[in-house]
Ligand binder design. Structure first.
Ligand SMILES: Nc1ncnc2c1ncn2[C@@H]1O[C@H](COP(=O)(O)OP(=O)(O)O)[C@@H](O)[C@H]1O
Ligand SMILES: O=C(O)C1=C[C@@H](OP(=O)(O)O)[C@@H](O)[C@H](O)C1
Length: 256
């Protein structure tokens, strides 16, 4: 997590060519920096005693442009919570890698799995992450399996990574019967548990782990994420702050 992220310039998105398909340039698959649909004018919310600033609003200046990446199992709430957090932050754009993949390839995720298998899908997913990560001030929800490729971590770690940690028993109630290709098996709960065991060591690399219980609705999870982010930033001050404190402790002049 470094404040220098704010100064990385967006770069053009390459034409994708994965798994034997000529993917269309996904440059139009998201509108970074053009018009942020999540711009929120409710800076102050009214409370009993008067006006209060939403702590989500205060995240943006503290993050200095760094992206927020949501990781976790399918159905853990990355999309719903990511969108809620972006909306409340006001100045961050929400992106979803699965949605960008579908828009760029003009195929649904089940269609990609069908045509190219999981390996083909992972290739496209890695390229989309590569295309998206140079942008700043984004909340990005990812697909559950993005953590499985080592190369993806070099992109994820340019921002702050948040793991929504949800028990498979809770997840299955939410997503049973949906068209997620990896769950088209006899026993989706068993599959989900096996995938979680396999991926847990990777999810644990996240900067922030949010334990989500069944009682927490999307708003409650978003509250927890915002709270944890403030604490993470408190505990990981930018390098210049540490340098300043050290210099001053040694009696050296800071910038005159
Ligand atoms: N905290 C929550 N409580 C109840 N339902 C939730 C919660 N978070 C997400 N959901 C629901 O679970 C389903 C999957 O959520 P989604 O945000 O698409 O997860 P992901 O992006 O991680 O796959 C959606 O129907 C969503 O409305
Ligand atoms: O866990 C996975 O491997 C996958 C999760 C899905 O995304 P969500 O996590 O958004 O459901 C999607 O990328 C694809 O079906 C594979």
């Amino acid at each position: 997590f470094t404040t220098h992220r704010a100064f990385v310039a967006p770069r053009p998105i390459i034409v994708l060519n994965a798994g034997g398909f000529e993917w269309e340039d996904p440059v139009n698959a998201f509108d970074q920096g053009v018009d942020n649909p999540y711009k929120n004018t409710d800076l102050m919310t009214s409370t009993d005693g008067g006006l209060k600033i939403d702590p989500a609003r205060l995240l943006s200046p503290r993050l200095n442009g760094a992206n927020l990446y949501f990781i976790g199992m399918m159905g853990s709430g990355k999309t719903s919570v990511g969108e809620a957090v972006a909306r409340r932050m006001g100045s961050y754009t929400f992106l979803d890698t699965d949605a960008i993949i579908e828009k760029a390839t003009k195929m649904t995720i089940p269609e990609i799995f069908e045509a190219e298998g999981e390996e083909g899908f992972r290739q496209v997913e890695a390229q989309i992450l590569d295309s998206v990560h140079p942008y700043v001030r984004c909340v990005i929800s990812t697909g559950g399996g993005i953590v499985t490729r080592m190369e993806n971590w070099s992109k994820l770690q340019t921002g702050l990574v948040i793991w929504l940690d949800v028990e498979p028993e809770v997840i299955i109630k939410r997503i049973q019967g949906t068209d997620r290709p990896l769950l088209q098996t006899e026993d989706p709960l068993k599959k989900l548990k096996a995938l979680l065991e396999e991926r847990k060591p990777k999810y644990k690399n996240a900067d922030i782990r949010v334990k989500v219980t069944e009682e927490m609705d999307t708003a409650a999870v978003a509250d927890q994420v915002i709270y944890d982010l403030h604490h993470f930033i408190d505990d990981n001050p930018p390098a210049w702050k540490l340098a300043k404190a050290k210099a001053q402790a040694e009696g050296l002049d800071w910038v005159q």
